[in-house]
Design a protein around this ligand. Structure first.
Ligand SMILES: O=C1C[C@@H](O)[C@H](O)[C@@H](O)C1=O
Ligand SMILES: [Co+2]
Length: 298
């Protein structure tokens, strides 16, 4: 059983408009997106490119719909650029999220990342950090963690396909190399299964360090195609590798049970990017909300 006051349900705007491929859902407006999130029964959202940049305007639009901001993605370049080039935009991002009332900041290292390269096969060409790059990443993340804590916030690290922290082994290395009081983990079910990992094993190891959860499911038949046809990450998304929880191959019952047993506190954010022309975002948001209701007390 989750504590309903401490576990909240959000959904990411990426199902309405995909910032990685703005042609997917380019016609969907911000207002439609947040209205449909509320209609489907969610009370939180992450931040998309169409959201007003002005915090007052954003708050007003969200308050009207009973939605708040759970977090937002931040790209770090700690392995490839001087720390200051990550720190300056991070502070701006932190302050924006602080004003919006968020408690966690999603960070993903984009140094050498191939996640945005549409023609680069995601399994063959993912980066592997050198020892020096791991060191820069770990020390840089700890510094970002301290900057977040100045505002009583925390960073949550997003392991991600096509990046240097994708596999369970890479997650282990990052967790071992960083201070658990400064660097927390974001648990994204879809990225783990895409990478061939066992999400239950990752969860069992890091349940106490997880402060944010992305719920995305995987269509197994599409994953087989992605692997055999050597697709890129973005081609895989377009082909429909991701879907909402309950609509794919992931068994969420043991995952929810483990999180509940560890008194998980924070957000569950449904994050299922797929082509909105093929997968109606409202329909899939409702489907996800019903599935979570069926499998949990939320
Ligand atoms: O959290 C995420 C943010 C997206 O931009 C990303 O590509 C997606 O797959 C994800 O998990
Ligand atoms: Co995610």
């Amino acid at each position: 059983m989750f504590d309903k006051n401490r576990v909240l349900l959000g959904i990411a705007p990426i199902a309405w408009t995909n910032d990685d491929m703005p042609e997917l859902g380019g016609e969907n407006t911000f207002e439609q997106c947040v209205s449909e999130m509320a209609l489907a029964g969610f009370t939180g959202s992450e931040v998309g490119n169409k959201y007003p940049k002005d915090t007052k305007a954003l708050k007003k639009a969200l308050d009207l719909r009973g939605i708040c901001i759970a977090s937002a993605w931040f790209s770090s370049f700690l392995t490839t650029k001087p720390f200051e080039e990550t720190a300056a935009p991070f502070l701006k991002h932190r302050d924006f999220l602080y004003e919006m009332g968020a408690k966690v900041i999603v960070v993903a290292e984009q140094g050498h990342s191939i996640q945005g390269m549409i023609d680069t096969p995601v399994f063959d060409r993912k980066p592997h950090f050198t020892a020096a790059e791991w060191e820069s990443l770990a020390r840089g993340l700890e510094k970002l963690g301290k900057l977040a804590q100045e505002k009583d916030m925390n960073i949550v690290y997003h392991h991600h396909m096509g990046t240097g922290v994708q596999t369970a082994t890479e997650i282990d290395k990052l967790m071992e190399m960083t201070d658990p009081k400064l660097v927390y983990l974001l648990f994204d079910t879809g990225h783990l299964v895409f990478s061939g990992e066992n999400p239950q094993q990752v969860l069992a190891k890091y349940a106490k360090r997880i402060k944010h959860v992305h719920l995305k499911d995987i269509r197994q038949d599409i994953l087989v195609k992605v692997t055999s046809e050597k697709m890129s990450f973005l081609q895989a998304v377009k082909a429909g590798v991701f879907t909402v929880p309950g609509d794919g191959m992931i068994d969420y019952e043991p995952l929810f049970a483990e999180l509940a047993n560890n008194n998980y506190e924070g957000w569950f954010v449904v994050e299922a990017e797929q082509d909105p022309a093929l997968a109606n975002p409202l329909e899939y948001a409702i489907k996800a909300r019903e599935y979570i209701r069926e499998k949990t007390n939320l």
